[in-house]
Write a protein that binds this ligand. Structure first.
Ligand SMILES: Cc1ncc(C[n+]2csc(CCOP(=O)(O)OP(=O)(O)O)c2C)c(N)n1
Ligand SMILES: [Mg+2]
Length: 550
């Protein structure tokens, strides 16, 4: 019989402590040093206390955890073994740090006496994530001493509290025997920790010629603020506030028009704007006053150090509702944006309602031509947007497609996520998997991304054996390389050969075979009719390839 293991007792108490502090989701990657934690997690899953996901690749595990935390708004645990395993979490931890997402990394380590002497798979783990975690707890190997179980519970509570404003590392040393044969989890009552909200609301007064900018993580509050302030809303597509009567989608095109950009006097910013050059340029313009509403745990947005005021919370003094002046100011931005965005290729509905056969035939031809038309970036983002409902989720990768969507899709109150904390092309599918898993079949999760981003995260197509799959579509806009770079100055200055080789980085991977290898249904879409059909939800995890012209 395996001897009793202090490691197992401690790991069991620690995970039970997390569950009682409100944690429900755990993602783990396999390893030896972490076996006590992994076995405790398996036992808690069997007891129905947690939802456990197992991934081979820690980088994938990190992003799946990130997606789960984004969707559930609750800290998520990641369990890894020692060494490079821990380092593979760095991308997800960085993204979580820059967008204030609650990840709790449980990294397993050798005990003190085995560190710094060239032991196998042993490096300096505490603090390995640098400034990306604001709390590091380095926990010595358990020895079955009195009080250890209580200290495990306290560590779990401390980590959950610290994670409210971003990722946390709990580095846990384990000494042999690394686990015992049996771990029976006790009945756990989950009592999520109450976290006191910090920061007081600062009053923002109504002032003419104000605009509200909503970047990553802004949430619905920006839309509300725009209405109360009588301000047009420039909300990024993944800001959480790309809707409402004050939304001006085509604001960028309007900035240079007389009576629009030049008339702005004050900017109120929510979240972290990343999708346009116009926002930082506006804020740094002489005579502009900017107020930034802070996101807890996230670096202050301060382009050119030009921000006049930072506030932790906000309220509006004497909301504007009835002011004629404000209505005219907002109305101008909203109406002009609508005109700019009107699609010119929609079939004329007046001929459809006419009785004569000629008009009806013309209508039929126009509809058919529309269905057979090739898919462009614009029609792709519009179709995905149209097919997404409030119970669905949309995840946008860092590519030309999010920028296209940001410029053209109309206001709609749906949940959209993008990893804009650092705008990496990594982990996009994994993040979508996490979000989709948290939804538990309530809607479809669509991930829309470029081909390089898809290949970068191909490993996220792999699910743990026997685990439920989310209802999910991964839609790859395949232009055979990173064509975002075509829009940068370098495309004009570098030699075409060098540009292709080191920036565009062309690829010809067979996505159909890739999907098949991971057990995903594959669909290729060549026209708009096929696109709408492919986007219709099914139960199967589906990879939809949409070839796009460079
Ligand atoms: C992890 C990471 N590596 C590199 C980059 C730099 N980068 C930004 S966009 C891009 C190309 C994206 O190509 P693709 O996904 O095909 O989208 P497209 O630009 O073609 O629409 C790269 C490599 C990044 N943002 N993140
Ligand atoms: Mg591409």
């Amino acid at each position: 019989m395996t001897p009793e293991s202090a490691s197992s007792d401690f790991a069991g108490a620690l995970l039970a402590g997390f569950v009682s502090a409100g944690v429900r989701d755990v993602v783990l990657a396999p390893g030896s040093r972490s076996q006590a934690l992994a076995l405790a997690a398996a036992a808690l899953e069997a007891a129905g206390s947690i939802r456990l996901r197992v991934r081979i690749d820690e980088r994938v595990a990190g992003f799946v955890a990130l997606g789960l935390a984004v969707e559930t708004q609750t800290p998520v645990l990641i369990i890894t073994t020692s060494g490079t395993a821990v380092a593979n979490l760095h991308p997800a931890v960085l993204e979580a740090h820059h967008s204030g997402v609650a990840l709790i990394v449980l990294s397993s380590d050798r005990p003190e006496e085995l560190r710094g002497i060239g032991s196998n798979q042993t490096t300096h783990q505490p603090g390995i994530f640098g400034a990306a975690v604001h709390t590091v707890l380095d926990v010595a190997a358990p020895t079955a001493e009195d009080g250890e179980i209580e200290s495990a519970t306290a560590i779990a509570r401390d980590a959950v509290l610290a994670a409210q404003v971003g990722p946390v590392q709990v580095n846990l040393a384990f000494r042999e025997p690394l686990s015992s044969a049996v771990f029976e989890p006790a009945e756990i009552t989950a009592a999520p920790l109450e976290v006191a909200s910090t920061g007081s609301a600062t009053e923002i007064s109504v002032r003419k010629s104000t605009v509200v900018v909503a970047g990553h993580g802004a949430g619905e509050q920006a839309e509300q603020a725009a209405r109360l302030l009588g301000a047009p809303l420039f909300a990024e597509v993944s800001s959480g506030s790309h809707f409402g009567p004050n939304l001006s989608v085509a604001w960028r095109e309007l900035m240079t028009q007389p009576g629009f950009g030049e008339a702005i006097e004050r900017v109120v910013v929510f979240g972290h704007p990343t999708l346009s050059r116009e926002v930082p340029a506006l804020i740094q313009r002489a005579g502009i006053e900017t107020i930034v509403v802070r996101t807890p745990g996230v670096e202050d947005y301060n382009p050119g150090h030009a921000i006049a005021q930072f506030v932790d919370g906000w309220s509006v003094v004497e909301p504007v509702e009835a002011s004629r002046e404000a209505r005219a100011w907002v109305g101008r931005w909203v109406a002009a944006s609508r005109v700019l965005l009107e699609t010119h290729d929609a079939p004329d509905i007046t001929i459809a309602t006419a009785d004569d056969p000629k008009s009806q035939a013309a209508f039929g031809r126009a509809v058919l031509a529309g269905l057979r038309a090739p898919v462009t970036r614009r029609t792709l983002v519009e179709a995905v947007w149209r097919m997404t409902w409030p119970h669905d989720r949309l995840v946008l990768g860092a590519s030309r497609l999010i920028r296209e969507a940001d410029r053209v899709v109309p206001g709609k109150k749906i949940r959209v996520h993008a990893n804009r904390g650092l705008a990496g092309i990594d982990g996009t599918i994994g993040t979508g998997v996490g979000i989709g898993l948290a939804l538990e079949g309530a809607g479809v999760t669509r991930v829309l991304l470029g081909d390089l981003a898809a290949l970068h995260d191909a490993g996220s197509l792999l699910f743990g054996a026997g685990e439920p799959r989310p209802r999910m579509q991964v839609i790859v806009g395949n232009d055979e390389g990173g064509t975002l770079f075509d829009s940068l100055e370098v495309a004009a200055t570098a030699s075409p050969e060098a540009f292709e080789r080191v920036l565009l980085t062309p690829q010809r991977v067979n996505l159909e075979q890739l999907a098949a290898a991971y057990g995903w249904v594959y669909k290729k879409v060549t026209n708009r009719g096929e696109l709408d059909e492919a986007l219709t939800p099914t139960e199967a995890t589906t990879l939809i390839e949409v070839p796009l012209r460079r």
